[in-house]
Design a binder for this molecule. Sequence first.
Ligand SMILES: [Zn+2]
Length: 280
Amino acid sequence: MSSALPRRIAAVVTLLALLVLSACAAGPASHARQVAAQPSPSASPSASPSPSASPTARPTPGSLDWYVSQAPTFPEAPPPQPVPLPVTGPIPFWHRLPTDQKVAFITIDDGGLARPPAVADFIWRAHIPVTMFLNSPAAEEHDEYFRQIQVAGGVVENHTIRHNSLAGRSYDYQKQEICGAADKLETLFGKRATLFRPPFGEYDSTTLEAARDCGAKAVLHWSETVHEGKVRYQTPEKVVQPGDVLLMHFRPALMDDLLAALKAIHRAGLTPALLEDYIR
Ligand SMILES: [Zn+2]
């Protein structure tokens, strides 16, 4: 096991210093600055994919370099204007964020099924903002994997403990599932979850109450799903709209799903942004 990721961060910081010195601090540099400023995850070593700076101009299809080369170049994201949140009463449940800003949001769920090893490096190198809605047992078992994505800029949020449907269950049951996961995720990743996604998107008014009582500011559904490299629109427009939330999972084709989401967001003239910059 190596400590490739911390080393890579150190390398990037050095590179960044050079870039800043040469007055060339563009988007990627500011991203690197932001990531480098985060507390380093306890970073015991990990199954980090080795950095692979390919000397060839044409990366092998399916390699990390290839995925990075296929990622679209986006217009700079607008400065985020957080959406209004109710001061009292139930927290909101959103399929799409109420914003006109030209942004869309990538979310990745679950965590127990598959964890393709190159994802953290892809997110890091292509500057992909992602929110992970994790089940706490999977997060605990594979914490180092998710911490690498956190270092790359990803944010961990709450998706219950057992991934059971919450709709129709008692307040106590729902609160145990939501608060129990929030407590565990906070211990693992050092941040209290502020967003909640109910398993299968199934919820009732008790869910909103329990989620609020466990620290959530909003409950998120989705407007598109992405699976095996294909985007499926849940809305009649068949194009990503401002504020849309794209759902994918930690499954074997996650690299393809990330790429498909980026391309769909790019086709729509939008830029991927971080949910937590808009729900504060
Ligand atoms: Zn799920």
